[in-house]
Design a protein around this ligand. Structure first.
Ligand code: SF4
Length: 148
């Protein structure tokens, strides 16, 4: 049986001190898409498994408070090789403080702030605002040309 050698996997010392990518869920279980490959999409379809329905039962689908986000951003900012990715188990652009969060992360010194989005809620005003706030990368995921 082979084993994973962390030193071979992460030859640069800073990569062993702190992860390269910190992924933050701003909206736990809250999304406006219906991706069939995703538990949240399945919830929105209404055909999620019992396990998923239990994980995202009423009261658990929450938005990250700004103070908690700021703590994470401050920590990531201490490592110049590390970047912050806004996604996972929810749509980041639906967070009401997304612009302020991106701005805070950049001001605190995070080298790369990236958001992964379905872009459904993205309009011109929001796009301009998050770019002005300093967002470095906007990754758009398009699953289909009709309802997904
Ligand atoms: S956009 Fe992302 S969080 Fe939303 S349903 Fe699709 S994969 Fe899941």
């Amino acid at each position: 049986m082979s084993s994973i050698n962390a030193i071979e996997l992460f030859p640069q010392i800073e990569h062993r001190l702190f992860p390269v990518c910190t992924q933050v869920t701003l909206n736990h279980g809250i999304c406006d898409s219906h991706c069939v490959s995703c538990p949240i999409g399945r919830l929105n379809h209404g055909d999620a498994s019992e396990e998923v329905r239990n994980e995202f039962r009423p009261g658990t689908r929450k938005q990250m408070p700004f103070d908690l986000f700021a703590k994470v951003a401050d920590e990531v900012a201490r490592y110049p090789h590390a970047w912050l990715r806004l996604h996972a188990r929810g749509e980041p652009l639906l967070h009401p403080q997304i612009v302020e969060m991106v701005h805070y992360a950049k001001q605190s010194g995070v080298s790369i702030v990236q958001a992964f989005t379905d872009a459904i809620s993205l309009n011109e005003a929001k796009a301009v605002a998050i770019l002005k706030a300093g967002l470095d990368v906007l990754e758009c995921s398009i699953h289909g040309h009709d309802g997904t």
